[in-house]
Design a protein around this ligand. Structure first.
Ligand SMILES: [Fe+2]
Length: 307
């Protein structure tokens, strides 16, 4: 049975024409992996998915990683990471945007980017969907790189940038803070959520994708801090900040984005070495459950700043 592949908006494809409950032979597995590498985001709908076959299917794309937030991992299925909006926990994830309370809104990011070793990808399955809001956005940073003018491409080829993990959004230098107020229960430091103190990490501004060889603009707004030694590239410190602002603005262009509105049973797999993602969040009191599996990768794209 041939796969049916339909383009999503700007990044990714919807893939149908196979049955996830049946064994996936090598030829089909290769076809799916090739589609993932080519399009970065794969959407699957109307499959009969259990936790077991989500885990088995995810292994088609590589070894699975355990997420460092062990507290939210399923006891029964350690490879599954549960993203659950619960009324008693949501106050910690609530902030105000332009006067409205929003739960679990997340800026553009790549998962585990702040460790220097982002995972290769992840697969999300919608179990309980918000009736409105709760979208997940994906942004194609390979396409964003390709769309830069030649002068900028040459300039950033030799530039390194740093990322500094922080819990307080207002400490992030390149996110849009207009209309933002932290919530009264917003965490103030990593240990509030049992995180360690992650050291600052350094990435080349342009990373060559270890599998596909495509150039990826390694700029996303969350945790982005500064250009390393800008004078080595002939830039003043002010010009360095302007350049990062311009690059972040570039990644925010809708022409690189697809926002997925979830229906129960939807699964989305993305390439975390190429696509950034974000969450629009929901109003308070909205139930939402997502099951996530994480595909590990063996390449370190960044390094600790003091290494
Ligand atoms: Fe994420």
């Amino acid at each position: 049975m041939a796969l049916e592949v339909t383009a999503l908006e700007n990044i990714g494809v919807e893939v149908s024409g196979f049955d996830i409950t049946r064994p996936i032979d090598n030829a089909l597995a290769q076809e799916l992996v090739d589609l993932w590498n080519e399009h970065a985001v794969l959407l699957f709908r109307n499959q009969q998915v259990t936790p077991e076959n989500q885990i088995a299917f995810s292994r088609t794309f590589g070894d699975l990683a355990m997420h460092p937030l062990a507290a939210t991992t399923s006891q029964e299925y350690p490879e599954l990471f549960m993203l659950v909006n619960e009324p008693d926990k949501e106050k910690f994830m609530t902030a105000r945007y332009h006067g409205e309370n929003v739960v679990n809104k997340l800026d553009w990011h790549m998962d585990l980017h702040y460790t220097g070793k982002p995972n290769r990808g992840a697969l999300l399955r919608a179990v309980v969907c918000a009736e409105e809001d709760g979208l997940t956005g994906f942004g194609d940073l390979a396409k964003a790189y390709d769309a830069l003018d030649k002068e900028t491409r040459v300039l950033i080829e030799e530039i390194d940038v740093t990322y500094a993990f922080s819990m307080q959004r207002r400490h992030m230098r390149f996110v849009d803070l207009e209309g933002y107020e932290p919530g009264p229960y917003s965490p103030k430091k990593p240990s509030d959520l049992n995180y360690p103190n992650f050291p600052e990490v350094v990435y080349p501004a342009v990373v060559t994708h270890p599998v596909t060889g495509r150039k990826v603009l390694e700029i996303c707004e969350q945790f982005l801090e500064r250009i390393v030694a800008p004078h080595l590239s002939g830039l003043s410190n002010d010009e360095a900040v302007d350049l990062l602002e311009r690059l972040v603005e570039h990644t925010r262009k809708p022409e690189f984005h697809y926002f997925h509105r979830w229906q129960p049973g939807d699964m989305v797999l993305w390439d975390n070495w190429r696509a950034m993602h974000c969450a629009t969040g929901t109003k308070p009191g909205v139930e939402r459950v997502i099951h996530r599996t994480t595909i590990s990768g063996d390449a370190a794209l960044g390094r600790a700043a003091d290494a």
